[in-house]
Write a protein that binds this ligand. Structure first.
Ligand SMILES: Cc1ncc(C[n+]2csc(CCOP(=O)(O)OP(=O)(O)O)c2C)c(N)n1
Length: 327
């Protein structure tokens, strides 16, 4: 099974957009036009874009602090992200979100500051979908570090017991902040823990967009068809430092790993596939990159020009009635 030409080029475009967004973020920090730090997902684009590939807008995403991949994949626009990053009055959270992206219209409830504290929220949205029979799947997308948090286990246990429509996806980028996973995890793989809850799991290559998206498709179909939760572990590597304030401290990263994983950059791999299928020429690639870059620049300039919130705006909309929407 392989993705259609149309699907593959669409996912490539999304990965280009993710990388361009994060490169622009880095540049604006360097130029001192912004002070918002970033945790970039360079090298992990095929995981974040692939895992969200099979989701509909109606499905629910719990994403991570690392970059914009899954948010772009779920449908957030560069404009909405930059308005949020710059804390503008016209942003989705009217200046209250920052880099913890939240987008009600795309069913992205929150990114918590406390890693892994949202596992039980994902079980809650999956339970609500099951009770309301909405057909929605919840995707909980977290790092290998997040899956070491205590709340992961009762959440997986309840999801399995009640056969809830939730996919637990693990982005194993081999780091938890400043430590290699091998120094903090007793096992090399995280996903087999699912067996303890009788949840099916698989472990797949995180660099190949077809593999990442197809694994997500199997998981989402399983959850949507009423069979309960599913776990996928994506093997990838964090090419960026933990965060933008960490640039000068890469001493804990083995340069051999950077060299090895750099050879399997997900954008390069996808470009090669597209070229092998004769659907991407170097010229078309150049045009796609240019279009993506100008889309990002336009979003940034629009966000800079947007109004800032007033003191009163910051006290508005702190409580809501309703919650997750469903069609
Ligand atoms: C409960 C908690 N402990 C520590 C932190 C600080 N922290 C922020 S990101 C991060 C690393 C999390 O690792 P992982 O989930 O693997 O994601 P990655 O950063 O590798 O993408 C840590 C420890 C936090 N935000 N919350």
């Amino acid at each position: 099974m392989s993705l259609s030409d149309e699907n593959l080029i669409d996912l490539y475009g999304k990965m280009l957009l993710v990388r361009a967004m994060e490169e622009a973020h880095a540049r604006l920090l360097k130029e001192e036009r912004i002070s918002l730090m970033g945790h970039f997902g360079t090298g992990q684009e095929a995981v974040a874009v692939g895992v969200t590939g099979p989701l509909t807008r109606n499905d629910i995403l719990f994403g991570t602090h690392r970059g914009v991949g899954e948010f772009i994949g779920k449908g957030m626009s560069p404009r909405d992200i930059w308005l949020e990053y710059l804390g503008k009055e016209t942003s989705l959270c009217k200046g209250k979100g920052g880099f913890h992206l939240t987008d009600r219209k795309n069913n992205i409830p929150c990114v918590p500051g406390c890693i892994g504290s949202d596992f039980s929220l994902a079980v809650g949205t999956a339970l609500a979908a099951q009770m309301r029979k909405t057909g929605q799947v919840t995707l909980y997308f977290g790092g290998d570090g997040a899956y070491g948090q205590a709340d992961a286990h009762p959440s997986m246990g309840m999801a399995a017991l009640w056969k809830l429509p939730v996919v637990f996806a693990i982005c194993n980028n081999q780091f938890c902040e400043y430590s290699y996973g091998r120094d903090v995890n007793p096992t090399e793989d995280i996903a087999p823990r699912a067996a303890g809850y009788n949840i099916p799991f698989e472990i797949v290559d995180g660099q190949d967009i077809e593999t990442t998206c197809e694994a997500a498709e199997r998981a989402v179909n399983h959850a949507r068809s009423g069979k309960g939760p599913y776990v996928i572990e994506y093997k990838t590597f964090r090419m960026a430092p933990h965060f933008t304030g960490d640039e000068g401290r890469p001493e804990y990263v083995d340069p051999k790993d950077i060299e090895k994983w750099g050879k399997r950059d997900p954008l390069d791999l996808c470009r090669r596939k597209l070229s092998d299928r004769n659907i991407l020429t170097p010229e078309k690639d150049r045009i796609m990159r240019e279009e993506v870059r100008s889309e990002v620049e336009k979003a940034i300039e629009e966000a800079f020009a947007a109004p800032d919130p007033t003191g009163n705006d910051l006290l508005r909309d702190l409580y809501t009635q309703g919650g997750i929407s469903h069609e």
